[in-house]
Design a protein around this ligand. Structure first.
Ligand code: ATP
Length: 234
C-alpha cells in the first residue's frame, strides 16, 4: 500500500539556514504518526512544510501521489489536508457554530454539523457561545472539529494537549483513535506529551536538530527503556 503523505529528502527552513535536513517520512491512510523531539527540533516546522507555508530548498512532499509544490496553499484543504496549528486558531469573535461552518465552507453539500457535535458533546451545549467564552479543552475540541468539518483525509495536529488537563487530553487522544479506526483518517501528530502521543499513535518519529534519528512502532518506543532513554530522554 502506498503512503498518503510521503516526504523524501525534505530540506526546509525559514531563511538561508535549513531547519529540517533530508527528512524522509510517510503516513498511510488510517495511521497516526507522531513526531517527537525536544524544543526546537523542528516538529512545528515539519507540519508547516506540509501545509506549504515554507519554501523547500530540497526534497519532495507528495499527497496521494500529487507533488504539493503544485498545489496552492488555499486549495490544500480541498485536497484533503487540514492543519490545526499550535494555539488552536479558533476565531474567538465567532460562535462555536460559526467556527464549525467556517471549516466546512467550501464543502458541497455543506457538512452535517450534527456529526461534529456527536463527536464533541460539550460543544453541542455551547453552540451559540463565542470562541473566547470556551475553556481551553473546548477550544481545542472546536479547533479539531472545525478541521474535521472540511472532511480531511490527513489531519496535521500541533500540540493538541498543550495546557489541557490529563483527562481532556486522554479524551482527545481517544477521539483521534476512534476517527482513525472508523474513517481511515491519517494523522500527523506533533506532541511534547510523549506518553499521550505514543498511547494513540501507530508509529513515532523522533527528530533531533532537524533530522530524523529514529522511526519505530509506537509500542516499541513506549516499551523499550533503552530507546526511550536514547531518543526521548526518559
Ligand atoms: P517547540 O516544541 O518549541 O515548538 P519544535 O520542535 O516545534 O519546537 P520548531 O518550532 O519547528 O521546533 O523550530 C525549529 C527551529 O526553527 C528553531 O531553531 C526555531 O528557532 C526556528 N524557527 C521556528 N519558527 C521560526 C520562524 N518563524 N522564523 C525563523 N526561525 C524559526
Amino acid at each position: 500500500m502506498t503512503a498518503l503523505l510521503e516526504m523524501t529528502g525534505l530540506t526546509v527552513g525559514y531563511g538561508a539556514a535549513p531547519v529540517l535536513h533530508e527528512v524522509d517520512l510517510s503516513v498511510r491512510e488510517g495511521r497516526i504518526v507522531t513526531v517527537l523531539g525536544a524544543n526546537g527540533a523542528g516538529k512545528t516546522t515539519l507540519l508547516r512544510a506540509v501545509s506549504g507555508l515554507l519554501h523547500q530548498s530540497a526534497g519532495k512532499i507528495t499527497f496521494d501521489g500529487v507533488d504539493l509544490r503544485t498545489v496552492k496553499v488555499e486549495r490544500l484543504v480541498r485536497h484533503g489536508i487540514a492543519h490545526v496549528p499550535e494555539g488552536r486558531g479558533v476565531v474567538t469573535e465567532l460562535t462555536v457554530d460559526e467556527n464549525l461552518r467556517l471549516g466546512g465552507l467550501w464543502r458541497k453539500p455543506r457538512p452535517d454539523l450534527g456529526e461534529i457535535y456527536e463527536l464533541f458533546p460539550p460543544l453541542a451545549n455551547r453552540r451559540n457561545h463565542l470562541g473566547h467564552q470556551l475553556s481551553g479543552g473546548e477550544r481545542q475540541m472546536l479547533a479539531i472539529g472545525r478541521a474535521l468539518a472540511a472532511k480531511p483525509r490527513l489531519l496535521l495536529l500541533d500540540e493538541p494537549s498543550l495546557g489541557l488537563a490529563p483527562k481532556i487530553t486522554a479524551q482527545i487522544m481517544g477521539l483521534l483513535r476512534d476517527l482513525r479506526d472508523r474513517t481511515g483518517l491519517a494523522v500527523l501528530l506533533v506532541e511534547q506529551n510523549v506518553r499521550s502521543a505514543l498511547s494513540v499513535a501507530d508509529e513515532g518519529v523522533v527528530l533531533n536538530l532537524g533530522r530524523v534519528v529514529t522511526r519505530q512502532k509506537a509500542d516499541t518506543l513506549a516499551d523499550d527503556a533503552d530507546l526511550r532513554h536514547a531518543y526521548l530522554g526518559f
